[in-house]
Design a protein around this ligand. Structure first.
Ligand code: FES
Length: 181
């Protein structure tokens, strides 16, 4: 005759004991975690597809205001946004492109010394961008300038004017300078 203890053990053996139940729950949890992780990763990859990494380049043609907004000397207001300096001299206005002609670093305008100084290899340019010290091979390039229908200055850094030694200087070309403004 089977006693009660044996019957209990037999039942546990047939349906799985408390240990087996715990293992089963753990396995299910693990399986669900894996499924959830897999689905999350796929969801992220799908979202990534719809929002690709893009590079937003600054505009190459932009307006900077009216000629009357610029006083005599160097105006550094647009250096951060457009990498330019606006210069007014006795003849008019032109725009320097803030890229060292040696290897392309961005020089600093040193107000106290009235010059642009490149932090990379020490090139120096006067207040009109003419190189006078260091390894820079030519003056700072000048960006295209024009006036729009409203009389605002339009700068085009996609069109640069250069003045390499021994070659034709483009600084007096139409579009490189706003005379008499
Ligand atoms: S990059 Fe300006 S001096 Fe070399």
């Amino acid at each position: 005759m089977p006693n009660e203890e044996n019957v209990g053990k037999a039942k546990e053996g047939a349906s799985g004991g408390p240990d087996d139940t715990t293992k089963l729950v753990r396995r299910r949890k693990f399986a669900w975690t894996m499924v959830f992780s897999f689905l999350s990763a796929n969801l992220l990859m799908t979202l990534r597809f719809f929002f690709p990494r893009t590079l937003f380049e600054p505009k190459t043609v932009f307006r900077i205001g009216y000629p009357g907004d610029f006083a005599y000397g160097v105006d550094t207001r647009f250096q951060q946004d457009y990498r330019i300096w606006v210069v007014r001299n006795t003849e008019g206005i032109f725009v320097l492109y803030a890229r060292c002609t040696h290897l392309g670093c961005t020089p600093d305008w040193v107000e106290g010394e009235n010059k642009f100084k490149c932090p990379c290899h020490g090139s120096g340019y006067d207040s009109e961008g003419i190189n006078f010290e260091g390894p820079a091979p030519r003056p700072l390039d000048r960006a295209g300038v024009d006036l729009d229908a409203e009389g605002q200055i339009v700068v085009n850094v996609g069109k640069l004017y250069q003045c390499p030694p021994g070659l034709q200087c483009q600084f007096k070309d139409p579009g490189a300078f706003l005379a008499g403004v």
